[in-house]
Ligand binder design. Structure first.
Ligand code: PLP
Length: 354
């Protein structure tokens, strides 16, 4: 028997969440499937999301995998190309490329084909991560428009605060002011902007996290947005300990019982992708009931409080996140975000489709 830990990926949840994205916009939907579809498995997620209008990811080899698997959708490389060879590969497989700096613009000149490449000109409207500064964007746009290798230009930017109180207004204004007179399709919105700021939708929206059933907002649950968890990480209790008052649990003994209690040992640890920084009190389900973790997370195991759960014992099912326990809640308890937990799922965890 393998260890009882597994990640179940719900294809119907992915499909459903794409439907929620569609119901919120008239723009075309570019489903973001970077990082192995946020840990859900690239081709598995691509298949469940095949009703999308396009896919966006980072790794050109993953983009080629999509083409080899028969996907004809627009496919966008979110960081663009890194070498002239990448451009040749992008042309061969009809992959759209972000152009975010002058180096990529120069590399494009080595691109042999005429009129075959779709590019997305990325503008830095205030996040200061990727993109041309507004004062450099006009020249980049003119060069792309006139370039023999370029077929279509789409304008894009990315928001730093769509999920926060700051919002998008300053970046949206900067982008709109710069591009008002330019005739080209536009793409601005991640999940948070798609859900909260219809004025950002433009021609293409780029949802990621919402497709996987997690809320991009700290103060709004996935359930209230109509989203369904696409990944459920589950395992079982493999040992039970009975503590006396004063007994400690796990490395460092950071949890100490102040009364007799039962503690379950779960086959899941940080080598499976569970956050080691999850403190005592992180929510977890045993037999479908909510309880809490105790002490430090080990490499392969963690401890749960079985107080008031006399029915729980070896073999009892445990949900680490997913169905009945939003991944955002576990992430918040561990001081991180759902994205990180989903992407960090370890390859050793077997995935099943359900
Ligand atoms: C990751 C990413 C997205 C998707 O963001 P979510 O918050 O997951 O919806 C959209 N656009 C770009 C450029 C990205 O890198």
């Amino acid at each position: 028997m393998p260890r009882p830990i597994q990640a179940r990926i719900s294809l119907s949840a992915l499909e459903h969440n794409l439907g929620i994205a569609r119901s919120r916009t008239r723009a075309r939907v570019m489903s973001v499937i970077k990082a192995g579809a946020y840990g859900h498995g690239l081709l598995r997620a691509a298949e469940a999301l095949r009703a999308t209008d396009g896919y966006a990811l980072l790794d050109i080899n993953d983009a080629v995998l999509l083409r080899d698997a028969g996907y004809r959708h627009p496919v966008l490389l979110l960081e663009g190309c890194f070498t002239p060879d990448d451009f040749a590969l992008a042309v061969r497989h009809d992959l759209a490329c972000v152009i975010h700096n002058a180096e990529q613009l120069a590399m494009l000149d080595a691109c042999p084909q005429r009129g075959a490449l779709d590019v997305w000109l990325k503008i830095n409207s205030g996040m200061n991560r990727l993109g041309f500064a507004p004062q450099a964007a006009q020249a980049a746009m003119e060069k792309l428009k006139a370039h023999p290798a370029v077929r279509n230009v789409t304008l894009m930017t990315h928001f730093a605060n769509a999920d926060e109180a700051t919002g998008v207004s300053a970046q949206l204004e900067a982008f709109n002011a710069l591009t008002a007179a330019w005739r080209a399709p536009r793409s601005l919105a991640n999940s948070a902007a798609l859900l909260r700021y219809p004025e950002t939708h433009g021609d293409w929206v780029r949802p990621g996290i919402m497709l996987y059933g997690a809320s991009p907002f700290a103060e709004m649950s996935a359930q209230s947005l109509g989203l369904q968890a696409a990944m459920t990480l589950s395992s079982e209790i493999i040992a039970v300990q009975t503590l006396r008052s004063g007994d400690a649990v796990g490395y460092g003994g950071t949890f100490r019982a102040d009364a007799p209690m039962r503690v379950g040992t779960v086959a899941c640890g940080y080598a499976d992708g569970y956050p080691r920084h999850a403190p005592t009190g992180t929510p977890i389900l045993v037999n479908g009931r909510r309880t809490r973790t105790l002490g430090r997370v080990s490499m392969d195991m963690l401890a749960v409080d079985l107080s008031g759960m006399p029915e729980a014992g070896i073999g009892s099912p445990v949900v680490l996140w997913g169905d009945g326990l939003p991944v955002e809640e576990v992430a918040a308890a561990a001081g991180t975000i759902s994205y990180e937990l989903l992407c960090a799922l370890a390859p050793r965890v077997s995935m099943v489709v359900g």
